[in-house]
Write a protein that binds this ligand. Sequence first.
Ligand code: ASP
Length: 333
Amino acid sequence: MKRRNFIKAASLTGAGVLLSRCIGATDPIISEEPYNEQPIIKNKPIIISTWNHGIAANKAAWEKLESGGSALDAVEAGVRVTESDASNRSVGLGGLPDRDGNVTLDACIMNHESECGAVAYLQNIENPISVARKVMEDTPHVMLVGNGAFEFAIEKGFKKKELLTPEAKETWLKWKKSEDLKKPEINSENHDTIGLLAMDKDGNLSGACTTSGWAYKLPGRVGDSPIIGAGLFVDNEIGAACATGMGEAVIRIAGSHTVVELMRYGHSPEEACKLAVERIQKKHKDITGLQVGFIAMNKNGEVGSYSVYAGFNYALKDNANDKMVDAQYDLEW
Ligand code: ASP
């Protein structure tokens, strides 16, 4: 039996999971052989994305796929809807600002060829995901931040725009009066990145992740969402994953990369998300209120999710479904 098949077969049992983990501990490279087996994908194209705003994003992504677009086109088109939705307080236009009232955006994108682009701490540009795609396609770099990212966007034809809407400003001003400025809290009202993963008709995977980040964050703070491997990771041989929730915790375990690697070792998408969530819990002495959720899709078109606390959900779209799915979780609030 080929070594990779042995690992896959072994991992079908609990003992096998342990065995594959042990093998992983001493010899993490199990994909040296080319992945020439074609997985049977029953349901492509398929799209999943985080939270309720995922339904509208999936619709736009689906239209791209239906009209012959690639998974990359789809993920970009999908999350642009959320970025441009002024009523959304956690992504793009209308997102809640940092402590000082500045809306600063983080985003990244990755395709089936492991090409990726990202922007962080970007201000006054409505669709950071499209700037991230330009970074990927038009520069030798992966990430541009701050003013450099803004200047690059302007050079590429993006328009400068005020992103702090009157409603978001009012919410921020209320917070300023009532909260301890030094301790921004992450809770269900002040976060909700959109992460969107798609598999196109050719079976290729891409992902996009975009956010205004932790509301009232310290100026200069960047979370997991624009960091390839933390907020998003795609390996077209294995699968894709993205994260939402407290970015600092996701970065500490290189969350999305961890989920994809766990799938590489034979875990289902949901198991992989669960193991990553458990690792986050293990690495934090106090998990109180620390919400993180992952969604994942493997090369077979299977999907899954898991979060630390109850309440996380994701939007699923394929030929048979267009619905919200509640994530499995470990803790009640
Ligand atoms: N992960 C995002 C961040 O830490 C926030 C979120 O998803 O709610 O910036």
